[in-house]
Write a protein that binds this ligand. Structure first.
Ligand SMILES: [Cu+2]
Length: 155
């Protein structure tokens, strides 16, 4: 009785793994995370790793890591879709509003989580090298409150 059940189980595992796209890695140990330069719409100096999906696609889920150097700052902005943020290491600094104000920031150490909805005007930075995970629905967009803050508009 036992053997046929296990055989069926093994077969169904084989089938479900076979349906994964060959190039889509679904699990990562820290040394397998591939870092690359951050996109032009956030300040230079950060690195991103795409773990799942494509944050630039027109739809679908995505998960990324964002690694920021100490003192990194992203000016006040909003996103068209909810942004879910988990702090992996370091300390994320976040404030709400249209102007950066150190006295209104909160510090989020590793293990913290927050989500930011489209109506939430916010700014963020790093104290010490900081890695955050962001997941949500594509496409990712940064709408800067002050358009002059958009790094992709500079030069
Ligand atoms: Cu944001």
């Amino acid at each position: 009785m036992r053997l046929p059940f296990l055989a069926v189980l093994a077969l169904s595992f084989t089938v479900s793994f076979a349906t994964q796209p060959a190039n889509a890695q679904n699990a990562f140990t820290p040394d397998q995370v591939k870092w690359g330069p951050a996109p032009p719409f956030i300040p230079a100096g950060a690195q991103i790793a795409v773990l799942e999906g494509n944050p630039m696609a027109e739809s679908g889920d995505y998960t990324i890591f964002l690694k920021m150097p100490d003192g990194y700052k992203v000016a006040p902005h909003t996103h068209p879709l909810r942004e879910n943020v988990t702090v992996i290491s370091g300390t994320l600094i976040v404030g709400m509003g249209d102007k950066w104000d150190d006295s209104k920031t909160m510090r989020f150490p590793a293990g913290s989580f927050a989500y930011l909805d489209p109506d939430m005007h916010h700014y963020a930075g790093a104290s010490g090298e900081t890695v955050i995970q962001i997941h949500g629905q594509s496409p990712v967009k940064f709408n800067y409150i002050n358009p002059a803050d958009d790094p992709s508009m500079k030069k």
